[in-house]
Design a protein around this ligand. Structure first.
Ligand code: CUA
Length: 155
């Protein structure tokens, strides 16, 4: 009967709507010329960061590809500022020397917890030059509210 096919139609419409919502959420790109590509976690010994993780730095690893090794500790991020060129793909490796912090780039969806013993990594594309603030969203001590850094995407 006809009713049956209408029901089918509505069922499909409802399913498409749900799939659409999920796709919108998972594919949440941020605008501002920044897009998150990947994020994951690795481990490191917080007691020997200098040997195992190295100095906080930005490395040029390929054409338009960079790796930023960032250390968070009460109440700073290093390097500061983090400088990367525009039109680049940057993988951040962020770890903590002491307690739990976060690495949150204001105005973007770059926002990760930074846990001692773990290396949070995420790959981000920067299209346009700009300056971004980095803030800590995890309470980490008396001066948590002053913990901030700078990310400079330079022309
Ligand atoms: Cu670091 Cu709050």
């Amino acid at each position: 009967m006809n009713i049956h096919s209408y029901e089918k139609l509505w069922l499909i419409a409802a399913l498409l709507l749900i799939v659409g919502f999920i796709a919108t959420i998972t594919y949440g790109s941020v605008g501002l010329g920044i897009a998150m590509i990947d994020d994951s976690e690795d481990t490191v010994n917080p007691g020997s960061l200098d040997e195992d993780f190295g100095e906080p730095r930005v490395e040029h690893v390929g054409e338009n590809e960079y790796e930023a090794y960032v250390i968070a500790q009460t109440f700073t991020y290093r390097p500061d500022p983090i400088e990367v060129p525009a039109d680049s793909e940057v993988t951040f490796y962020v770890t903590s020397r002491d307690v739990i912090h976060s690495f949150s780039v204001v105005g973007t969806n770059v926002n990760t917890m930074v846990i001692p013993g773990e290396v949070s990594s995420m790959t981000v594309e920067f299209d346009d030059p700009g300056e971004y603030g980095i803030v800590c969203n995890e309470y980490c001590g008396d001066f948590h509210h002053t913990m901030e850094g700078q990310l400079h995407v330079v022309p």
